[in-house]
Design a binder for this molecule. Sequence first.
Ligand SMILES: [Fe+2]
Length: 445
Amino acid sequence: MSEPVPRLEERCCEEPLMTTSSDADTLIARYDEVRSHTETLAAPLSPEDQTVQSMPDVSPTKWHRAHVTWFFETFLLAEAEPSFAPFQDTYWFLFNSYYEAVGPRYSRSERGHITRPGAHDVGLYRGNVDARVRDLVTTMDGGMLDKLSATIELGFHHEQQHQELLLMDIKHVLSVNPLQPVYAGSPLPRSEPDTAGWVDVEGGLVEVGHPGGGFGFDNELPRHRQWLEPYRIADRLVTNGEWMHFMADRGYARPELWLSDGWAAVQAQGWSSPFYWTELDGVWHEHTLHGTQPVDPGLPVTHVSHYEADAYATWAGRRLPTEAEWEHAVVADGQGDASVAGGNLADLQTFHARPAGPATGHLRQVYGDCWEWTSSSYLPYPGFHPAAGAIGEYNGKFMSNQMVLRGGCALTPPGHARLTYRNFFPPGARWAMSGVRLADGGVPA
Ligand SMILES: [Fe+2]
């Protein structure tokens, strides 16, 4: 059996860019906000819900709750707390995701075997670490606070990554339950499909990558130049209705549309529709966090692999954008600041991609809705250096055999999406909330 493919939670510790310094009260307020949100997301789930690992890529909810706690315990308390001792020695083994420098860890694919500690015990662990973090931050001197504020900030973003993963993972857990439980809310009203438009982008010598002055992971650095030929990019995501045309035209049965590895995956795994689609009495249905509902042709297609996205683009006579094209197009369209542009992120609690809405002449659905596959392999930017120390232990090792996605999804916490964020998954991954935006013209870098 081959080594499990690294996934999002296993690359959580990229070194942050320095952020503006924060005082203790501000850090504690932010800490409490982030930590309590994790518990809010887990609140609708029973201890049994929180224990299941429905496939190797999925981690149990209570594991996410414990692991993000382990992060603060390991990289903050163990570094700075006087007379530090772990809450439980065994938790360092159970909830270490991948840090060899910290010690051995439990098998990722067997996290569902951890029936003990239970969900309640994980809550006690969280409460203990929370109290110790508050005590530490409020009593440390200014110099120590400045030294550790970047680690604390990293802990916030790490936990936000896991908040998104918690929702993606519980979506799969509930999907395999024959009762098809609902996580939250009710389905969106049916939407009206519209026609996709195009936004022309001049290209030229452009700069991409994190500009500094705020949080970012080190894989967003260094900012650097890229040459882009003139191109155009779709003003919205590909819809379910458009995907149905691809299926009706035998898109999953025509090898000429597929990359070789993609066609092998189609055959080996029997793909004939997006990941969460099921045909019931001749009608396609989609599993969502709101339950199973008829596929809405006006919503963006989601939970498709890079292979499927690429095959669709080939079928449509288009292509996927490169990550530099995506980033530059968003800047050129005046949407570089995610906090201003907004989008269908987790704070709206749709927990699903929503319709594009009326055409505006600008790019729609940039932030949120679905992570957008690009044609770019996940590689280091020119001049990239992995972070030093255990906290950046494996930054570079994920930079092979994965593809970059941009923009965020409906499960991404607000404040966690940004222009230069480079998400990445293996090209065959389908359980993440991933979608498709087409590009045309130009020459892919
Ligand atoms: Fe993690």
